[in-house]
Design a protein around this ligand. Sequence first.
Ligand code: LR7
Ligand code: MN
Length: 600
Amino acid sequence: MLHKNGYWSLLCRGRKKKIVVLTVILVVLLNCFFYVSLELYNTIRRKEKQPWYNSLQFDKNSYVDESGMRVIVGHYVGGTNGGNLSEEVIHKNNYAPVPGAGEGGRPVQLSQRELITARELYSLHSYNILVSDKISINRSLPDMRSDKCKEVQFDLENLPTATVIIVFHNEAWSTLMRTVMSVLIRSPAQLLQQIILVDDASDRKYLFEELDEAVAKLNKVKILRNPERKGLVGARLMGARQATGDVLVFLDAHCEVTIGWLEPLLDRAGSDDVFICPHIDLLSEDTLSYVKSIDAHWGAFSWRLHFRWLVPSGEVLKKKSENPSKPYPTPAMAGGLFAVRKSLFWRLGGYDEGMVIWGAENLELSWRAWQCGARVEITSCSRVGHIFRRHSPYKYPGGVTKVLYANLARAAVVWMDEWADFYFKFNPEVASYRDQQSVANRIELRKNLSCKSFGWYLNNVWPQHFFPTDDRWFGRIKNEKGACIGVTVGTVGLGIPAVGIDCTKQAEFESLVVFTPEGKLMVDEGLCLQQGNGRAIWKSCSDSSKQIWEQKGPRLKTQDGQCLTLVVTKNMHGIGDPLTSKRCLTDDKQIWHFERVPWR
Ligand code: LR7
Ligand code: MN
């Protein structure tokens, strides 16, 4: 038998040794070479197969705008609600804080083994519950305010008092309690009248006695229970009816407020004509770290009435830079986090009680506010973190589509006037919900409050909007070769190269274009056709002169006199082929047919 040492001495004798060493080196080198070539080959193949923008990380639910802003889509696929997890796991509260974890808003990293568990548990809440359970419900957070905001002095004696309303359905214990604790420890006592928790018929066992006991130990906090699941509107109304503070402050059940959050909200809400929202930062769904979101964004919506964060107009940005601590207007609110004087909330009709479970109430409220003489604003001086989830973890009775479409249909029918016709015409899947809604009381409300039209709202509150109007051309712009101007779904906001679109299918959004009197070619999601370096691209609409196109007969000309051209390469019709601006020639590829489509 050979010892390890003996083996070596045998191998390493004289010439034999050299041969062995050389062979080993050769084998290693060959391996390396093979591996590198394989990687190279794969990379090239990947590059060939996919356009560059596909390699950017984004999904249907969110994307990063050119300004670096995460644009959030408020539309969900219902979650699996715990999947195959055992009853014991689903109903147990595993809160066990680890000293120091997540303090200062820092991320919590898990071990490899914990990561496996975290993934298994993810479907319960659509965020990392293992991490949440490790972080103290009293954790510290840094002051997130800008210097200008810190300078503002409030006269606490003269601010109205607040009732904070937090509704929840099957929320995690640690996340819910952290929301409550953050409010308790970071609100001046004299301003905080009460916190009302409304349980929207949760069935998780840890939310019964265990929660009651925890809440009983806290001053000013009480729980109301909805015996039947109503959704967030029903639950918030239940809380609002019991509020004794001057101002209602609504929060989602997975938020953390930071120091100084309440004063600017109460200061502004005191004036009785405004729904005032805090600046919403992000709590990472993965590590629960507190991440600042970009300053100055405003809320709006797409042709499908999906909520979107957009870059405010130049005018708003200018005013904001002149006075950074002053609240600024927003066409719509995200919905979950806002403050309003109780009297104003009820005077304007509370919420539409016909809206069930989730969705659309934020647009309804925003339109109602603006159209009926109030305002919606954001103050950057109030900073609140919120866990943004990609998927909704809970069940939607009757299915998410039915719930959401019914709510959207209600909002559209009551508030959107002619644009409701536009919405239903081009969203046929929602059209069938139109006549099923009994909204007589809401229409009555609109009349009694003498509210303004949706046209007024678009013109005055959101003049940069990308909806069709009577003085904007709307329809399809079809190249002589066959393909149309338009943008494919799912590729929003990234400065994507423009290509010819198949427009043989009617009533599809992709090939519908708004052509404004000033020469902008706008499509859904607020994208404008822009003359690029070589290629035309779709970019967020802006004041850039590269987004101006002049119609000269059948041609579309840029400011420097070039013609929009469909570079037909792959097939006869130019579908999927690039759009670019070129020297004007007598060329079919520069001939465009304008087919007007009635938008309502
Ligand atoms: O049936 C339900 N019953 C409830 O009580 C369904 C939900 N809820 C509760 C839920 O537990 C949570 O506390 O309602 C609250 C909101 O539900 P989320 O957190 O699932 O909603 P979201 O944050 O994904 O969605 C946003 O849009 C919603 C449209 O209906 C609501 O307006 C949410 O309040 C709103 N959230 C925000 O605006 C937070 C900031 C988003 C950003 C950036
Ligand atoms: Mn939420």
